[in-house]
Design a protein around this ligand. Structure first.
Ligand SMILES: Cc1cc2nc3c(=O)[nH]c(=O)nc-3n(C[C@H](O)[C@H](O)[C@H](O)COP(=O)(O)OP(=O)(O)OC[C@H]3O[C@@H](n4cnc5c(N)ncnc54)[C@H](O)[C@@H]3O)c2cc1C
Length: 548
């Protein structure tokens, strides 16, 4: 070391922590009946924060997947090569049952426990979460075709990660993808032009292109194509039962802003063989079953990103001094950190409540199914949108260090907008809220019943719910409804988060949330909690205990 250069006042590396060291997460797990999974969640959380897994995350991002269209002799191979670190992340995710295992778990709370695991592990590296999430979400759509589901579901749920292009039914475990988006339409999948023609033997032949298909080395894809009856859902394997490659030509991999460990391909379907899933002409209805589950993961992933950013921000502020005091003791920095913590906890608490609604809906509770439908729609809009802003502010807490790749913050920052784009971009998500309000029987009633469970506990929450009730009748005019859609989605998410925090969180967190998010005049940037906010308990609660 140079005698003139002693390293002072830099935070130590943040490694060896647990992402499950998170009261909002663990309390939700216990509250909603997932306590039996706590030990596994804790183990996975410790894994996620270990030096080994942090290293995998860095390497998977720094060595993105590479497309090989041809072999050295000129034959098409259409394979993607991943860095070993990506496979290691996938192995842990599959072995811990973050993929489709929850659908065959009989204990109540299976989806909640799975959500907690996904939340804990996505904090290490989010890119591999895409195929894990699609594998999880494929099952309810696949069940529209019971014969296919009977064969594929056990393999999608198997806790073995078995990478490589081989006939699916001979593998120890499968990964599923989703192939909907085309050049001329992503949100508007009815504009799909890929054609599906019966092959006379009970299958279909697909010809067309897909503009975004992530995880193109997946074993099977749920794909939309136009059959004679209209848009229809199909199961498309990459390798056919006889061992031959199904002709899915990978044209390019996207050069993306973030999400770099995950490959996203442009694909040409050149007479690819497909098996129909669900009724012909009802493909959108079939695949919506998948989309509604990946949307839940968008919300969980956004909450995970916020928690990861918050942890880094808190860590830095506790170890960095400026102007004679630690950053964490400077009043304005405390306000920023507490505000980030409140947002993070609101997102986590809501994500876990929605996962538990899925559990109860699966058990036959119609009111929970209705709550899940509308609650998820509003959250996909607002929580995912908050993710990018949260990441920017958390990054800034590290000052210049936060802008440097080694900090990991740029990875978090680049990832955040994605969760707001895919599975329904902001406007599409907000319009989906209108659809759920208009079409789904009992959705609004179930939503308001959940919110009203906290009625009378906080006057600011009560007033916000009244304002929302006043806004809803304005949605009867279709054009006005569109213009109000984002506002309504935001307000609905905020009152739902407020209700959950008032009932379940520390009073200081609930108070700060209601004062800043529900009570009129709050600043639009983070760090604008009103003077008098009790930041001490908020920061104490958010602070990772094992990193002290
Ligand atoms: C990294 C990445 C991976 C992806 N992986 C997959 C994948 O595996 N499989 C897959 O099928 N797709 C995938 N996608 C595609 C993704 O789901 C779409 O990009 C997304 O749904 C938006 O569709 P689009 O790009 O066609 O945009 P568009 O539908 O053209 O939307 C553009 C903008 O218009 C808005 N908009 C659309 N309709 C309306 C309306 N009626 N009123 C007002 N505003 C509207 C949208 O909100 C958006 O802001 C991926 C995308 C990315 C970025």
């Amino acid at each position: 070391m140079s005698a003139t250069h002693e390293v002072l006042n830099q935070a130590p590396p943040l490694i060896g922590f647990s992402t499950a060291d998170d009261p909002a997460l663990l309390e939700a797990l216990r509250r909603h009946g997932g306590d039996w999974g706590e030990q596994e969640v804790r183990e996975l959380g410790a894994r996620a924060g270990s030096a080994e897994v942090q290293d995998w995350a860095r390497m998977a991002e720094e060595h993105p997947p590479v497309l090989h269209t041809h072999d050295r002799y000129g034959h098409r191979v259409d394979e993607v090569e991943y860095h070993p670190a990506y496979h290691q992340l996938m192995e842990v995710a599959v072995a811990s049952g973050q993929h489709a295992a929850a659908w065959s778990e009989t204990r109540p709370g299976a989806h909640l426990v799975r959500a907690a695991k996904f939340y804990a592990f996505a904090q290490a590296e989010p890119g591999h979460g895409c195929p894990i999430s699609m594998t999880y979400a494929a099952v309810p759509a696949l069940r529209a075709e019971p014969e296919l589901a009977a064969v594929y579901e056990p393999l999608l749920a198997a806790r073995s990660y078995d990478f490589g292009l081989r006939p699916p039914l001979g593998k120890r475990g499968l990964i599923a993808g989703m192939s909907m988006t085309e050049k001329q339409g992503g949100s508007d999948v009815r504009a799909n032009t890929t054609r599906a023609v019966p092959d006379g033997a009970g299958r279909y032949v697909l010809t067309g292109h897909k503009w975004f298909t992530s995880a193109p080395m997946s074993d099977v894809f749920l794909t939309l194509a136009q059959a004679e009856e209209g848009v229809t859902c199909f199961l498309v394997p990459r390798v056919l039962p006889d061992g031959g490659r199904n002709p899915l030509r990978l044209m390019r991999l996207k050069n993306k802003l973030g999400n770099r460990s995950n490959a996203s391909a442009e694909i040409e379907y050149e007479s690819a063989l497909a098996w129909r899933v669900g009724e012909p002409g009802r493909g959108v209805r079939t695949i919506v079953e998948m989309v509604n589950v990946t949307r839940l993961d968008c919300v969980i992933g956004s909450a995970a990103g916020m928690r990861a950013g918050l942890r880094q921000a808190l860590h830095h502020a506790e170890h960095r001094r400026a102007f004679g005091a630690e950053l964490v003791d400077q009043p304005l920095m405390r306000n920023v950190l507490a505000d980030l913590a409140v947002e993070s906890e609101a997102a986590t608490t809501l994500a876990m409540r929605l996962a538990s609604a899925l559990d109860r809906a699966e058990a036959g509770d119609e009111s929970e199914a209705a709550l899940r439908r509308l609650g998820l729609a509003v959250s996909k809009y607002w929580v995912c949108k908050r993710g990018a802003t949260h990441a920017a502010e958390a990054l800034e807490c590290l000052g210049g260090n936060g802008y440097v790749e080694e900090s990991g913050m740029p990875r978090l920052y680049r990832e955040a907008p994605l969760l707001s784009i895919w599975e329904g971009s902001g406007n599409v998500a907000a319009l989906d809220v209108l659809r759920a309000l208009g079409r789904e029987n009992g959705a609004l009633e179930a939503f308001l019943a959940e919110v009203d469970a906290a009625a009378g506990a906080d006057a600011r929450l009560d007033a916000a719910v009244d304002r929302l009730r006043g806004l809803l009748p304005q949605l009867t005019d279709p054009e006005r409804a569109q213009l109000l859609a984002r506002r309504v989605a935001e307000q609905m998410t905020l009152v739902l988060q407020g209700s959950l925090l008032v009932r379940y969180s520390h009073p200081a967190v609930a108070d700060a949330f209601c004062a800043s998010r529900l009570d009129g005049d709050w600043g639009h940037a983070f760090g604008t909690l009103p003077p008098g906010t009790d930041t001490g308990p908020i920061l104490e609660r958010a602070r990772p205990k094992d990193a002290r």
